[in-house]
Design a binder for this molecule. Structure first.
Ligand code: DC
Length: 231
C-alpha cells in the first residue's frame, strides 16, 4: 500500500504530539516531533551561552548539534538525543520552553532543522508535528491537519503534563509561556505558524484524545483510499 506524509501543525500545547504519536502507531508509521529538535538546539545554546544575535556564534554552535531519536525500551517511544546523550526530560523543562521560540525564529536554526526533517521524510510513511510542516517542510504532504484549542484548555492540559513529570508550575506561568510562544511563532519572519490553504482545521477544545485521534486516522484512511483508486 502507498505510504503518505501526514503533517500536523498548530499552536503550542494543543495535543499535536499526543495525536500524531497515536495516529503513527495506528498506521504503523514513523513519528517525528520537530518541536523536540528545536528544544534540543535551545538546550545546547543555553548550555554554551550562545549569543543569539551573533550569527557566527550561532552557526558555530549549530555545527556542533547532532540530534537523533532512539526508541526507549521502557516506554516504547522515541526519545530525543543531543550529541549522543538522552535529553528527553531536560528539553521539556520550563527554562527551555521560555527560550525555544526565540531560538527557533533564527533563520540559521530553521534551515538546519528543515533540511534534517526533509531527509527524514524521504521514505514517506511518516507523521510529523510542528509549526511549519505543511507549509515549509512538506508542502506536498498528502494530509495536513491544523490543530487549535481554547487557551484555557491548553494551559490546563500543559500544567497537568508538567505536574505528572514532577514540575509544579502555576497556571498563570504556563499561560504566559504559551501566549509568548504563540506570538513569536506566528509573527516570526521565517516560515511563521500559519494554517496551510489545504490543511484541515481541527479544534479539539471539547474533544477527547480518542476523538481527535479517530478524526485524524479517518482522514488518513480516506486519503489512502483516494490515492489507491488513482493507482
Ligand atoms: O511543539 P513544541 O511546543 O515542543 O515546540 C517548541 C517550540 O519549537 C515552539 O514554540 C516553536 C518551535 N517549533 C518551530 O518553530 N517549528 C516547528 N516545526 C516545531 C517547533
Amino acid at each position: 500500500m502507498k505510504k503518505i506524509i501526514i503533517a500536523i501543525d498548530g499552536y503550542s500545547a494543543c495535543g499535536k504530539s499526543t495525536t500524531a504519536k497515536a495516529v503513527a502507531k495506528h498506521l504503523g508509521y514513523a513519528y517525528i516531533d520537530t518541536g523536540a529538535m528545536y528544544r534540543a538546539v535551545t538546550l545546547h545554546f543555553l548550555r554554551n551561552f550562545v549569543t543569539l544575535t551573533n550569527h557566527a556564534e550561532v552557526e558555530r554552535a549549530l555545527a556542533e548539534v547532532h540530534i537523533s531519536f532512539i526508541r526507549s525500551e521502557k516506554t516504547n517511544e522515541n526519545e530525543t538525543y543531543l550529541n549522543g546523550l538522552n535529553v528527553e526530560e531536560e528539553i521539556r523543562k520550563m527554562y527551555v520552553s521560555d527560550q525555544v521560540s526565540e531560538v527557533s525564529a533564527l533563520p540559521e536554526v530553521r534551515h538546519a532543522m528543515v533540511a534534517q526533517q526533509q531527509r527524514m521524510g524521504r521514505k514517506k510513511g511518516l507523521v510529523m508535528d510542528g509549526r511549519d510542516i505543511g507549509t515549509r517542510v512538506f508542502p506536498e504532504a498528502e494530509l495536513k491537519i491544523f490543530m487549535t484549542s481554547d487557551m484555557d484548555v491548553r494551559a490546563h492540559r500543559r500544567q497537568q503534563e508538567l505536574l505528572a513529570k514532577g514540575q509544579l508550575i502555576s497556571l498563570e506561568e504556563v499561560k504566559d509561556n504559551l501566549c509568548h510562544r504563540d506570538h513569536i511563532d506566528t509573527t516570526r519572519k521565517e516560515s511563521p505558524l500559519t494554517q496551510a490553504e489545504d490543511a484541515i482545521l481541527l479544534d479539539n477544545t471539547s474533544l477527547s484524545v480518542e476523538q481527535q485521534v479517530d478524526f485524524v486516522t479517518a482522514c488518513a484512511q480516506e486519503r489512502l483510499k483516494a490515492l489507491a483508486q488513482i493507482g
